[in-house]
Structures are given as C-alpha cells and as structure tokens.
Design a binder for this molecule. Structure first.
Ligand SMILES: NC(=O)c1ccc[n+]([C@@H]2O[C@H](COP(=O)([O-])OP(=O)(O)OC[C@H]3O[C@@H](n4cnc5c(N)ncnc54)[C@H](OP(=O)(O)O)[C@@H]3O)[C@@H](O)[C@H]2O)c1
Length: 256
C-alpha cells in the first residue's frame, strides 16, 4: 500500500515550484490531488503531466485566489460535491517582493499578510471544517494540514520585512491550529524552506545565488522536490505522532 492511497489532497499554489513538485509527489504515491491557484493554464499543465498515461484521472485543477473568502467558499463547495472529504491540506501559496519598511505602504503590507498568512487562516478554517466533518464520520484516517512557512520566519530578511513577519505568523498559527485541530484527529505542522530554485529564486539571478550559496552550509540552492519530500513525510501517516512542529528544509542555512 502506498503512503497516500485513498488520500484526497488540496494543495494551494500548485501551478509551479514547490506546489507543483508536491502534487506530483502525492499523486505518485496514490493521492487524488486538487490543484489550487489563480492561473488556470499553469494548473492544467501540471494536472495533465500527472494524468497522462494513467487509466484514472487523479489530478483536478481548480482556479481560486486563496485571499478571497468567496473563492475559497467556491473551492469548499467543489470539493464537497466532487470528493465529499479532504484528508490532506497543503497551504503552499505565497510570495513576496523586495521593499524595506520605509518603502512599504500599508496597502502593500496588507497584501503580503493576506497572501502569506491570512490565506492560511482562511483556507484552514473552511477546508478544515470539511476535514473535521470527515473525521467524525471516518475517525481512523490520516488527516494533516501542512503550512509552507519560510526560513525568513526564523531569520528575517532586511529587504522583505512584510514577508518575514507573515511567515513568522504562519509558524505560530500552525502551533495554535495544532491544539485546536488535534481534537478532530488532524495534525498540523509547518515547514520552513531555505532558498529553493523556483520562480522566487531562479538561477538567472547570479549575484543573489552566489550570496545564498556562500551562506548555506550545503553550498547550493534546494530543489522543489527536496521540499516536497519533507511535505510528503509530514503529511503522511509515517508522521502520525508529529503535530505542532516547524521543520527547516534549508541546507543548513540556519547554522551559519
Ligand atoms: N522558493 C523559495 O526559496 C522559498 C523559500 C521559503 C519559502 N517559500 C515558500 O514556498 C511557497 C511556494 O513558493 P515557490 O517558491 O514554489 O514559488 P512559486 O513558484 O512562485 O509558487 C507560488 C504559487 O502560489 C500561487 N499563488 C500566488 N498567489 C496566489 C493566490 N492569491 N491564490 C492562489 N494561489 C496563489 C502562484 O500561482 P498563481 O500566481 O497562478 O496564483 C504560484 O503557483 C510560498 O509560500 C513561498 O513563500 C519559498
């Protein structure tokens, strides 16, 4: 039996980077995956990569802005109608741009909090209710929420204070959720990636990559698949006694 046989997983930000690697990993281990993001073409491309050469469709794209309560409610209606239950939720959507505190308007500050932390609250509240209802009907099923935080939530970056504050919130919100959701048999953990080669940190930015490599114990960027490995472990029943933790996946960046 594979680790995610019978699992129904909702993954936000699934159209690229860490989210893409995660849906591919979960599907390869037996999960049905619901791919959430704003750009339909990206979600469809990843879904068709997964569904190609399979007898049964297991990847389902769903367009949703995770900062919109209405759109998250549409997502809830969709999963309830099509799948009846959700067993795994990965809150991965997030992002940043560079701006110091003095350069940041309150509107931009709020935009970054909305994307990186308010969305985690919103999706975990609404999809979490579906998971809780599922748990009361089927209590002996592995259920897990995994939030993608960041190294920046531990060690803030000078040029993205808004993002660093939001990701520190995600780490603490994860622990608070672990208390509340454990009553329904749902584990809640976060991971904090270091610098990973995605659209956020691409190898074209040579000067930046040089600095990152110098500061990282393992002297290289991480790959999205290496983060997906950690996400899959914490989301699987192999991590059945782990809740409320944050796992660094940073190539030893925090050691330096
Ligand atoms: N790469 C790194 O070095 C690194 C390090 C630490 C933490 N992280 C975290 O890892 C997560 C994934 O990032 P990534 O590096 O894989 O970057 P990415 O490739 O840019 O992925 C982010 C995904 O989130 C989606 N997204 C953005 N805003 C959204 C919204 N409002 N609603 C729904 N989906 C939205 C994007 O698709 P659409 O624009 O189509 O919606 C995109 O596919 C983020 O939370 C990021 O903060 C990354």
């Amino acid at each position: 039996m594979t680790r995610f046989e019978n699992a129904i997983a909702v993954v936000t930000g699934a159209g690229s980077g860490i989210g893409e690697a995660t849906v591919k990993r979960l599907a390869s281990e037996g999960a049905k995956v619901i791919l959430v993001g704003r750009t339909v073409s990206k979600l469809e491309k990843v879904a068709s990569d997964i569904n190609n050469n399979r007898n049964e469709k297991v990847a389902f794209p769903f367009a949703c802005d995770v900062t919109s309560e209405k759109e998250v409610e549409n997502l809830v209606d969709y999963v309830k109608t099509e799948f009846e239950d959700v067993t795994v939720l990965i809150n991965n959507a997030g992002g940043l741009y560079n701006s110091t505190i003095q350069e940041t308007s309150i509107e931009k500050w709020e935009e970054i909090q909305n994307l990186n932390v308010n969305s985690v609250f919103l999706v975990s509240k609404k999809i979490g209710k579906v998971m809780m209802d599922g748990s009361s009907k089927n209590p002996n099923v592995n259920r897990s929420i995994l939030n993608v935080a960041s190294l920046s939530g531990h060690k803030p970056g000078a040029i993205f204070p808004h993002y660093s504050a939001a990701k520190a919130s995600v780490i603490n919100l994860t622990k608070a959720m672990a208390f509340e959701y454990s009553r329904s048999g749902i584990r809640v953990n976060s991971i904090s990636p270091g610098f990973v080669e995605t659209a956020m940190v691409d190898k074209g930015k040579e000067k930046l990559v040089k600095i990152i490599n110098k500061k990282t114990t393992m002297k290289r960027l991480g790959q999205p698949e290496e983060v997906a490995n950690a996400i899959a472990f914490l989301s699987s029943k192999e991590a059945s006694y782990i809740t409320g933790i944050d796992m660094l996946v940073d190539g030893g960046y925090m050691l330096t």
